[in-house]
Design a protein around this ligand. Structure first.
Ligand SMILES: Cc1ncc(COP(=O)(O)O)c(C=O)c1O
Length: 486
């Protein structure tokens, strides 16, 4: 017979055990965030080492929370790459800030799946409200409605799905195969656009061959006349241009496509204009950066990632859409078991591919409130100032050069020893390895016009001028056996 009390050995851990472990976890987190700088940014661990220290099978008997937390402290924490480290300047530097971490932890406790309004009233309404706060901070028109996904890659996929739905008759029902009368649906982006655009083409069945990568100019911005020519050529070839992806803050250099010109082209050609501002969008909360975004207010959709440069823990990506009904036309599908009686509410499951939805708005709400808009702006400005300082040091040093304009907080640069281009590339690759091996800093690289280039991307709240200086010292003092002086 079932007892009204949970029988021993079943049910959750006892409340007092949970409370004690939660306090211990809070201490671990606070110690970590306070002292993360003592770690090497990249852990000194070789592939397979962590795995070798983990039991091959799950324990048969329950283990005490203290033991589990202790193993976390000694085995897991030291062997992650420390994205929260002040010397983390690779890819795009990010911060899971204190308020964001707390929001994430509390969301885990609630364990809400906000697929429908009914299954998450506060999460749904907070998500709508917090996205609207962000819209206002970015200076976007009221017409844009936002919702939160895990990543910009998914947001771009959703936007292009909406574009496909709008431009290809009855695509939901009939798909694309065996319909030669349609003309091949074709999408445009620059040669600097993120690979997530390619992945969306693959996943949507549009095909990589239907993605036109338009050349960029000397400042790595899409060349609008080359775009116009490509569209014209495709129309002559009876293709079906459906969408244009403009990037504001490209992955390699953070360059800004000329959004106003591209909006003109999109309007004239009736293309869905999607703006990928995954990294740099956050900078638009500062009025002095808005000029670079001019024209994005005419887009059909815009993605920006608070988990990149708005201090919100991974994952949190906001997709703004001018006509949310377009997303619903692409994705809404309500089986009987998900029908609910509430009228006029938002059911977040209608706007994308996933049914289940994590409560991501809470952490963004915490961040925006704890820092305030002014605090967020001040932090973004501080990062940009650090990047400008670093760029000026590089520019003043004859052995180095800055390789691209620095509109935000990312600097592309390289050492220029007096050797052939190929040897220079090899030198910079070695330099990167050496500097990263110091453990003080983690930089990454890219290729610009075929040449190997280093990147310093500042986005961590703990990064100070001292950390940037130490990185610069490490770069200048590295011994890669090919200095100009030799
Ligand atoms: C411009 C741009 N778009 C999209 C992405 C993909 O972001 P996510 O990891 O959120 O999919 C990145 C990642 O750095 C990016 O730089």
């Amino acid at each position: 017979m079932l007892n009204s009390e949970t029988a021993p050995g079943v049910g959750d851990i006892p409340p007092e055990t949970f409370r004690a472990a939660a306090h211990r976890a809070a201490d671990l987190l606070a110690d970590y965030l306070e002292g993360v700088g003592r770690y090497a940014v990249l852990p000194p661990v070789r592939p397979g080492e962590v795995s070798a220290r983990l039991p091959a099978a799950a324990p048969e008997a329950p283990e005490p929370m203290e033991t589990i937390l202790e193993d976390y402290r000694t085995l897991i924490e030291p062997n992650v790459t420390h994205w929260n480290h002040p010397g983390f300047m690779a890819y795009f530097g990010i911060t899971g800030s204190g308020p964001g971490v707390l929001g994430e932890a509390l969301a885990a406790g609630l364990n809400v799946n906000a697929m429908l309004w009914r299954t998450g009233p506060a999460p749904t309404e907070l998500e709508e409200r917090v996205c609207d706060w962000l819209r206002q901070l970015l200076g976007l028109p009221e017409a844009f409605k936002g919702h939160i996904n895990d990543t910009a890659s998914i947001a771009t996929f959703l936007a292009l799905a909406a574009a496909r739905e709008r431009s290809v008759p009855n695509v939901r029902a009939r798909g694309l195969a065996g319909r030669p009368e349609l003309g091949l649906p074709t999408v445009y982006c620059s040669d600097q656009a993120h690979s997530s655009v390619d992945k969306a083409m693959i996943a949507l069945g549009l095909g990589l061959e239907q993605l036109r990568r338009i050349p960029s100019d000397e400042r790595f911005r899409m060349d609008t006349s080359a775009l116009r020519a490509a569209i014209e050529q495709d129309r002559r070839a009876k293709r079906n241009p459906i969408a244009l992806v403009a990037t504001l803050g490209t992955t390699s250099t953070t360059s800004l496509d000329p959004a106003a010109e591209l909006a003109e082209v999109a309007a004239r050609e009736k293309l869905w204009l999607h703006v990928d501002a995954a990294y740099a969008g956050s900078a638009a909360i500062c009025p002095e950066f808005r000029a670079g975004f001019a024209g994005w207010e005419r887009a059909d959709s815009i993605v920006t990632n608070p988990h990149k440069w708005l201090f919100t823990p991974v994952d949190c990506s906001v997709l703004f859409v001018r006509d949310p009904a377009a997303l619903k036309r692409a994705f809404a599908l309500v089986p009987e078991y998900l029908r609910t009686p509430e009228a006029g509410v938002t059911n977040l499951m209608d706007y994308g591919i996933q049914l289940g939805r994590r409560f991501r708005a809470l952490k963004l709400w915490f961040v925006l409130r704890a820092f305030g808009a002014e605090g967020c702006r001040a932090r973004i400005r501080a990062h940009c100032a650090l990047a400008q300082a670093f760029a000026s040091w590089v520019a003043a040093e004859p052995d180095f050069e800055v390789c691209a304009p620095v509109p935000f907080s990312t600097v592309c640069f390289r050492a220029v020893p007096d050797v052939s281009a190929r040897e220079q590339d090899a030198f910079n690759e070695k330099l990167l390895e050496q500097v990263n091996a110091t453990g003080e800093v983690f930089l990454s690289h890219t290729k610009l016009r075929g040449r190997y280039v280093l990147r310093m991307a500042i986005g961590n709240l703990r990064t100070t001028e001292g950390h940037v200086r130490r990185a610069w010292d490490a770069l200048r003092n590295a011994d890669c056996g090919m200095r100009n002086a030799e």
